[in-house]
Every structure is written in C-alpha cells, then in structure tokens.
Design a protein around this ligand. Structure first.
Ligand code: C5P
Length: 407
C-alpha cells in the first residue's frame, strides 16, 4: 500500500482511559504498515493495559518512569522525541490534554510532551460531558493553535453507558491520519515514480534461463527512499531474494520483455529510475521441453532485448520529466557512462564499476552521478563509497533538489 510508514518511528503515549485497550491493536496496525512503535505508558495507562502486553506487541522496551536510570532509560524524556518522527497520544485523556495545554511535566509522558520537537497528534477519549466541558474545549483549542493535530473524538455509546461525543476514534482512522500526515509531508508528495530493480531471467527452456548476479538491493533501496519522501512509487522487479518494500507497489516480472510491458503500463510518471540489470540478449527460441544432453551442446541463437531505459527516455509524449539510468561497467567507467547517457537519452546516469567481487550482492556502492544539461553537456559528480541505502537517500535528495529548482 502507498502512504506507508516504512522507516518511520512513532512514539505512542498511552494514557489512562478505557480506550487504552484499543492502543494494543493500534500498535499492531502501525507496525503492519511498517512503523517502528515505541511506547510510553502513564501510571493510569498501566492500570488499563500492562507494560508486558505493550512491550510484547511493540517488540520494544516500554517507558514508564521519569526517574528511571536503568536499562538505557536515563534522560528518556528528551531522547524519546528526538529519536521519533511523530508523537501520538492515544488515548489522550482530559487530564493529559490539560497538562499539555498548561506545560506541566510531573511524569514521563507529560515531560516527553513538553520536551517534544516533533509533530504531535492526539486522539482524545473521554466521557461526553468531560469532552464538552469548557475547560477541556479551551485546552484542546490551545493545543490546536500550537499545531497539534486532533483526531476525533467520535460519537456513540461509551464504556460508562452514556452516549455522546468523546469516544476515541477507531484504530483504522488513527492509522489513516498518521499515514496521511507523512504522505502529504514528504518533499515528493504528488510525484509518481517508476523504479526497475533486480536482474531479468531469459528462459532457455522450462527449467533454464540466462541471468545475471544483480541482487536488487540498490534498486529496492531507491524505491524505499523515494516512497519515504512521499512519492507514489511503483517498483518493477526481476527475480530477487528481497522482501517487497513496504509502501511501494511492487510488480514482479521475469524477462526483459515482461519488465518493459510493466513499465509502459505504469506510465505516465514524473520520474523513472532504471536500476535493473536487464539482460541484453535472450534466446531467439525458447524450447518447450527441457533441452536434453547426449546429442552434443545445443546451439544458442540470441536476439537483442528491448532497452527499457532508452524506450522510457524516448517515450514522447509520455516521457517522465526525469529519467535516470545506471551503468554497471567493468572498465573505463566514466567514458562508457558518458556515451551511454547520451546514447540512451536519459537525464542522469549513476555509474559504478562492477566485477565478480564488487557491487553485485554487496551492501556498499561507490558511484558517480553524471548529469546531462539542456546544452547536452555532461557533468560528473563522484560520491564516496557508502551503503546502498545511503546512495538511495542521496539520489533521492538530488531528485528533490531537481524538482525544487524546476518544479
Ligand atoms: O546498456 P547497459 O545495459 O549497460 O545500460 C544500463 C542501463 O540501462 C541501466 O539503467 C539498465 O537498467 C538499463 N537497461 C534497460 N534495458 C536494457 C538494458 C539496460 O533498461 N535492455
């Protein structure tokens, strides 16, 4: 699904309302869409759900005590928000809302909230009379004014048996609000991106194929980084041993021709990143039965595969604004990459040196980013050796800068 929380850390503060039982499900749902969830439980919250359940569901230590010095919890009230992307209070009781509005910090949850420097969302939960009380309404208005997002509350029957407004909204609505926050907040929100990754397998017969050593790690990391920046990301991948990237629509293909068809079906898009190691040739004929030995080695006639990068770069009028290719070279990296950039008609090319012991399947990559300007001049920017995740992040930053300069 798009708008995923992959790579995001949510700090969930659970205060003491009966709706706290829903927070256990909330932890699971947030994690299902990729978030890391760390939890702070107030003393009253711990009356409704146990630290053990919260720890088990979040698979993280639970924070409860402002004064704890053990288990790496010292100064937790500062660190917890610094290490998060968003703070979510669910349920938010009238008491905690009041403390937030007035800057009180007499326990870990309220101290974290006072020291917080991250976006804050609250899902109020209380009796209808409490919710409509002018004191609570004034506190909520103060929080809204400070930029706090208030999710709900909803109307309906409450645990106390009364009806009214004050119920914590359903877990799905909270997850939706959180994912929407990240989807609209990324610098590439509204952009549609196509990424190719992995090798292609070109069948020789029902059991054999021509392939290559691409692991897909670099292409998948790029798809993840672009999605994290808010882009709607479609990943077309050849056979790899990697899990699908959360938040990215992944289309699995085998051959180059299948990959091209999936890419063309994904158009129009704003950006195309062709990181796949597409086989240049395929067998002219695929045997319908397994090729048998005993009659000498079979003759293999090869024909050229379509060039997906060149096709996308020349796909007027549906050409993506920014077309980025990769060049895996074993020698003369720079010269070969430069002529490839011009020949294929892409805008940027990420070039690297490959060999049997380099790049393929590894976690690090040393690349040079070549760019072609409107005058057809090519500039080269060598990047230091770094993890493929960092290469993906930096490439995403360059994409963001490109669209900032020429929106
Ligand atoms: O020509 P070469 O295979 O070295 O070019 C590499 C670049 O072209 C990569 O971006 C790769 O994804 C892309 N490519 C392609 N379709 C092919 C061959 C390469 O998209 N058939």
């Amino acid at each position: 699904m798009t708008n995923s929380l992959h790579g995001r850390t949510i700090l969930l503060i659970i205060s003491g309302g009966i709706a706290a039982y829903k927070s256990l499900d909330l932890i699971r749902r947030l994690r299902e869409v990729g978030a890391r969830v760390r939890c702070v439980l107030t003393q009253a919250g711990a009356e409704f759900v146990t630290p053990l359940s919260v720890a088990a569901l979040s698979e993280e230590p639970v924070f409860t005590d402002l004064f704890a010095l053990s288990d790496g919890q010292a100064m937790a009230h500062i660190r917890l928000s610094r290490e998060s992307d968003l703070v979510l209070v669910a349920p938010a009781t009238a008491n905690l809302i009041g403390k937030m509005a007035h800057g009180l910090a007499d326990d870990l949850a309220s101290a974290v909230l006072l020291a917080n420097d991250k976006p804050l969302m609250i899902a109020p939960a209380m009796n209808g009379a409490m919710w409509s009380h002018p004191a609570v309404q004034a506190n909520v208005a103060t929080l809204r004014q400070r930029g706090v997002a208030v999710i709900g509350p909803g109307k309906g029957l409450m645990a106390c048996g009364e009806e009214g407004e004050g119920r914590m909204v359903e877990v799905a609505a909270i997850v939706e609000a959180v994912t929407a926050h990240f989807a609209v907040s990324g610098p590439l929100a509204g952009k549609r991106v196509l990424v190719t990754s992995g090798p292609t397998y070109e069948p020789l017969d029902p059991v054999r194929f021509l392939g290559n050593r691409s692991s897909g790690k670099q292409g998948h990391a790029i798809a993840a980084a672009l999605a994290l920046s808010g882009a709607e990301t479609i990943l077309v991948t050849g056979p790899v041993a990697l899990p699908d990237v959360s938040g990215v629509r992944t289309i699995h293909v085998e051959s180059a021709r299948e990959m091209l068809a999936a890419c063309e079906a994904a158009l129009p898009c704003d950006i195309a990143v062709c990181a796949a190691a597409v086989a240049d040739w395929r067998a002219a004929d695929t045997a319908s039965g397994k090729l048998k030995k005993g009659t000498g080695a079979p003759r293999l006639d090869l024909v050229e595969n379509p060039d997906i990068l060149a096709t996308l770069a020349q796909s007027c009028p549906r050409r993506p604004r920014l077309v980025i290719g990769f060049a895996a070279e074993t020698e003369s990296v720079h010269d070969n990459a430069k002529s490839k950039l011009q020949r294929k008609g892409c805008d940027w090319l990420v070039a690297n040196q490959v060999g049997t012991d380099k790049v393929f399947g590894k976690d690090d990559n040393q690349v040079t980013l070549l760019r072609r300007n409107a005058q057809d001049e090519v500039t080269a920017d060598p990047w230091p050796s770094q993890s493929k995740t960092d290469v993906a992040r930096r490439l995403t930053e360059e994409v963001v800068a490109f669209f900032n300069h020429s929106p």
